[in-house]
Design a protein around this ligand. Structure first.
Ligand SMILES: *Cc1c(COP(=O)(O)O)cnc(C)c1O
Length: 362
């Protein structure tokens, strides 16, 4: 296949072309090392440079200070649903969860196996079409942490500012919007993100943890589950996903070359506004699924057409025209355009044109 298509997949998702081409160039013989990154010992000097520079670049992009550890782990965001409560719930053994979608529910399911979960807020009764407001939250001042999902990949909602939780450590599943803009990491106790949406390929999950919280990790935990073990070993307790971390390193370099996260955010706002404007100016032909415009995600744009039949036709014709991955998550239906960092502006412009043509014809 010579031509790349517009890939709106929710994850694994589009990567920057520059990154793919650089990885291709390096694939056979990484910078004259005589071998591919895939063939290299994770304890070699060359690899040490790769993982250290990925760590440093993430710190640079988010201005992360030395009182935080950056970990590259495996098991996806899904294993973090377990590792977070296993490490951080004791000794109080209760935690607050804000439930804003399917992923948050999965996080709750695992946390309940460890201790008491207080649902501090939920919009499930409204089918997650908005986020709970600050004054709707019912936080327990004694809880071990408050968990929330910054971007709800399936329902298309996204926090624009963090929920306020006082001095309780804030824990965030940022899988689908990590590095989409600059955030103040100091507000967080822990952030985790599966790489395959916005920062790299699948198989790596990034964890940023405030070092004082490492003291909560009990020696009785199974070793791999223990954050402190990974922090002490600088993510090399066992063999990490060496190639995945290398790609994350290329993506962070790409972000730095673009001018950093403020520039990225500007571009993300431009892309999402184009698409939301097309939806809002379609006289109801396209309907956004999110109730409060302020809660709309700039990563996953979800909308519906007049009937499921029409949606099927839309997806089929879009696919034919080179727009892949627009079908909404199987649990909710509709249309979802995932426009992560690496998704090109031109692809959004072309989709908007396609939407206009489709509306005229149908
Ligand atoms: C995709 C996703 C997950 C699951 O990630 P895995 O890496 O497949 O475990 C969790 N949370 C959010 C918000 C997601 O978008």
């Amino acid at each position: 296949m010579s031509k790349r298509i517009y890939n709106f997949s929710a994850g694994p998702a589009v990567l920057p072309e520059e990154v793919l081409l650089e990885a291709q160039k390096d694939l056979f013989n990484y910078k004259d090392s005589g071998m591919s990154v895939m063939e290299m010992s994770h304890r070699s000097k060359t690899y040490d440079g790769i993982i250290k520079s990925a760590d440093q670049d993430i710190r640079k992009l988010l201005d992360i200070k030395d009182n935080y550890s950056v970990l590259f782990l495996q098991g996806g965001a899904t294993l973090q649903f377990s590792m977070v409560p296993l490490n951080l719930m004791p000794p109080v053994n209760k935690a607050d969860y804000i439930v804003t979608g399917s992923w948050a529910k999965k996080a709750v399911k695992e946390a309940k196996k460890v201790g008491t979960v207080n649902i501090a807020g939920s919009t499930e009764s409204e089918n997650f079409k908005r986020l709970p407001k600050q004054d709707e939250l019912n936080l327990d001042p004694d809880s071990s942490y408050v968990h929330f999902t910054s971007n709800n990949t399936i329902f298309g909602t996204q926090y624009k500012t963090e929920p306020e939780v006082g001095s309780i450590p804030l824990v965030c599943d940022a899988s689908s919007d990590f590095l989409h803009k600059k955030i103040d990491v100091n507000k967080y106790g822990l952030i985790y993100a599966g790489a395959q949406k916005n920062i790299g390929p699948s198989g790596v999950v990034l964890v940023i943890i405030r070092n004082d919280l490492l003291e909560r990790s009990s020696d009785s935990l199974h070793t791999y589950f223990n954050y402190k073990v990974h922090a002490d070993a600088e993510s090399l307790y066992n063999t990490p996903n060496t190639f995945g971390i290398y790609i994350i390193g290329l993506v962070t370099k790409w972000l730095l070359n673009m001018g950093g996260l403020d520039e990225m955010h500007k571009l993300n706002l431009e892309k999402s506004s184009l698409l939301y404007n097309a939806i809002d100016s379609s006289d109801g032909y396209y309907k956004g699924t999110v109730a409060d415009a302020g809660d709309r995600s700039i990563m996953n744009v979800t909308f519906r057409l007049g009937s499921e039949e029409l949606e099927k036709k839309f997806v089929a014709e879009a696919t034919e025209a080179g727009f892949a991955g627009l079908k909404g998550h199987r649990s909710v239906g509709g249309i979802r355009a995932s426009i992560y960092n690496a998704f090109p502006l031109k692809g959004v412009e072309d989709l908007v044109q396609f939407m206009s043509d489709f509306k005229s014809k149908n």
